[in-house]
Design a protein. Structure first.
Length: 291
């Protein structure tokens, strides 16, 4: 199993799980909320945070942007998409704030222009969103930046994933099992795909979860996930399409805690008798009994 270096962290089998708090668009276009979410991720023990970046007029058609959709920014879908999109000034502020908080950040880039935009900040890696997995042009453009790539596999067939891996190559590649429903039902998660991906691709494999709870994301680590990504929010009742599929501050803290406990508990594959067990042997085993 290969490993991938993201910043100072090494991601792969035998390494601590790389935990990412995805802010995405849960900042609702407000820098104050974005900074509070960065604080939440840092305080919980996350290794990194993630945003999303789109060139709105490239990703969406004029017809899509013109659709009526009441939102805090105006009456159309275009008002919403533009209102949620941070620009140069905002990302400069995010970059500086993350440096102060000593937490790394990166982004899912939905088009080539967005990749070039984020590249100005020298991110440690790039994320390919599930929606972009079949976009060969974007995959090639992102790979040309020479950074590690995290590939999410929601709403994708095995054949489509094989093709994306062929386009990207396996060097510095991490693949995430994901289901692109928000929130996901538990019978849609297919966590058993994780060990199958490990065998099939021989690269680090992780999990991007959109369920409401934390137990299944922790279980993913026990199944071999070396990275876990979850959307985060200040409050799940906040306005926004991704809030309900996100973890609040207490949920994120429990997630990180439980992942670290599972990692510790996995221990050795060699059955051992611990020193603390020896007095119990004398106390509980019948005298003269043999195994």
């Amino acid at each position: 199993m290969k490993t991938v270096k993201i910043g100072s962290a090494v991601v792969g089998t035998g390494c601590p799980c790389f935990i990412v708090g995805e802010i995405g668009i849960n900042h609702n276009g407000e820098m104050d909320i974005a900074k509070k979410l960065i604080d939440v991720a840092e305080a919980s023990g996350c290794n990194a945070i993630k945003f999303q970046k789109r060139t709105v007029d490239v990703v969406y058609t004029p017809e899509e942007l013109a659709k009526l959709r009441e939102n805090p920014f105006g009456p159309t879908n275009g008002h919403l998409k533009r209102g949620l999109e941070f620009g140069q000034k905002e990302f400069e502020e995010i970059d500086g704030y993350c440096r102060e908080q000593e937490i790394i950040w990166f982004a899912s880039c939905w088009d080539e222009g967005a990749v070039d935009f984020i590249d100005r900040f020298n991110p440690p890696c790039y994320k390919i969103a599930s929606a972009s997995l079949t976009d060969d042009k974007l995959l090639k453009h992102t790979r040309a930046k020479g950074k590690p790539i995290i590939l999410s596999t929601g709403m994708s067939t095995l054949e489509e994933i094989d093709h994306a891996v062929e386009v990207l190559g396996k060097k510095d590649l991490i693949i995430l099992q994901a289901t692109s429903t928000y929130p996901s039902n538990y019978d849609e998660l297919d966590l058993n795909v994780i060990p199958e991906f490990i065998k099939r691709y021989d690269v680090p494999v992780g999990y991007s979860g959109h369920e409401t709870g934390i137990a299944t994301s922790v279980a993913a680590v026990a199944l071999g996930a070396c990275m876990v990504e979850r959307h985060i929010t200040l409050e799940r009742s906040m306005w926004g399409s991704d809030q309900a599929a996100s973890l609040g501050p207490s949920g994120l803290t429990r997630l990180v805690r439980d992942i670290r406990l599972v990692e510790m508990s996995m221990g050795s594959s060699v059955k051992r008798v611990f020193e603390k067990e020896k007095p119990i042997i004398k106390k509980l085993r019948r005298v003269g009994a043999r195994p």
